[in-house]
Design a protein around this ligand. Structure first.
Ligand code: HSE
Length: 312
């Protein structure tokens, strides 16, 4: 008897876009936090969205990041299909931890599985970028790609899409999410449109150094390359406590780090777990003193990406 596939649960990880110097081109998946989505194929075409969290996000498919991504997928699917999706967001929207990417990527990963995997991972990234467009007005893949592929990814080109998976040595990631709102669209709006050649030279040296550091398992090179002379000086102004966290985390032994995506979360990479936990103490201390509510995570790189589990 043929097995009837009733539904899936998708676990879509948080991601750190940019990785300090690689604005819009580098990203890394984290083991925690992860969004959870329950998806089913439905008889009639169309997309039904509901939420199991308290974020009050839109349910109209074209206004919802998961819905917009699924609409893009259905446009290229030769048959009629429809989905029911229940989204339980564990990654707070506007955190800088790839919340919209997790919904967008998770939805198309689940849909692809339910349809029998007709699409490649690269196709799924392309579809999910439509969700990012809904969220921030711009298609970018530096959260989507690591969410789908896992690990560290380089977006060598977005049009045409070319994703390169990078190997990286084991690393702990400490994250602090100060509970203030920074909209990605605003954090992009404030950036200067032109870059000085001197700054560009420094930046591309750092990006190349960071990629080489990952590939060669060279922690010192990774640490030296985690420097951003273009975006961070502008955006960090939006994040109280940023300079303090960065300096004290490095003093505590972190390799380095910076703004996660467009912020307000800050991430730090460490070689050892005890250092990562010491960095968490630093973050707790800074935000407790500032009187700003926050949440911290001590986690690791997620090499698996969005994961599907069949449910009955
Ligand atoms: N690369 C994007 C930005 C990521 O920094 O605006 C947003 O999460």
């Amino acid at each position: 008897m043929a097995k009837v596939l009733k539904g899936v649960q998708v676990f879509a990880p948080a991601t750190v876009a940019n990785l300090v110097c690689g604005f819009d081109v580098l990203g890394m998946a984290l083991q925690q936090p992860q969004d959870v989505m329950t998806m089913r194929l439905r008889e009639e075409p169309g997309i039904g969205i509901s939420h199991a969290d308290g974020y009050d996000l839109p349910v109209e498919p074209e206004k919802n990041v998961a819905g917009a991504s699924l609409l893009a997928l259905l446009e290229e699917y030769p048959e009629k299909a429809g989905f029911e999706i229940i989204i339980d967001k564990k990654i707070k929207p506007g955190s800088g931890l790839g919340s919209s990417a997790a919904s967008s990527a998770g939805a198309v990963v689940g849909a692809n599985y339910l349809l029998g995997n007709p699409f490649t991972k690269e196709d799924l990234v392309r579809f999910a970028m439509n969700g990012e467009k809904v969220a921030s007005g711009v298609k970018h893949a530096d959260n989507i790609a690591p969410c789908i592929y896992g690990g560290v990814t380089l977006i060598q080109s977005i049009f045409p899409l070319n994703i390169v998976q990078l190997t990286a040595p084991p690393m702990y990631v400490t994250v602090v999410h100060p509970q203030i709102e920074v909209r990605t669209s605003d954090a992009r709006q404030i950036l200067r449109k032109e870059v000085q050649l001197k700054a560009a030279i420094k930046q591309w040296g750092n990006i190349a150094g960071l990629v080489a550091g990952f590939l060669k398992n060279d922690y010192d090179l990774i640490g030296r390359s985690l420097e951003d002379v273009i975006i961070e000086p502008v955006r960090s102004i939006l994040i109280p406590g940023f300079d303090d966290v960065k300096k004290k985390s490095k003093d505590a032994g972190a390799l380095g780090g910076g703004i996660s995506g467009s912020g307000p979360s800050i991430f730090m990479l460490s070689k050892e777990e005890y250092v990562a936990k010491g960095v968490e103490d630093v973050m707790i201390d800074v935000y407790t003193r500032l009187g700003i509510e926050f949440k911290t995570y001590v986690t690791m790189v997620n090499y698996e990406g969005a994961k599907v589990q069949v449910i009955s």
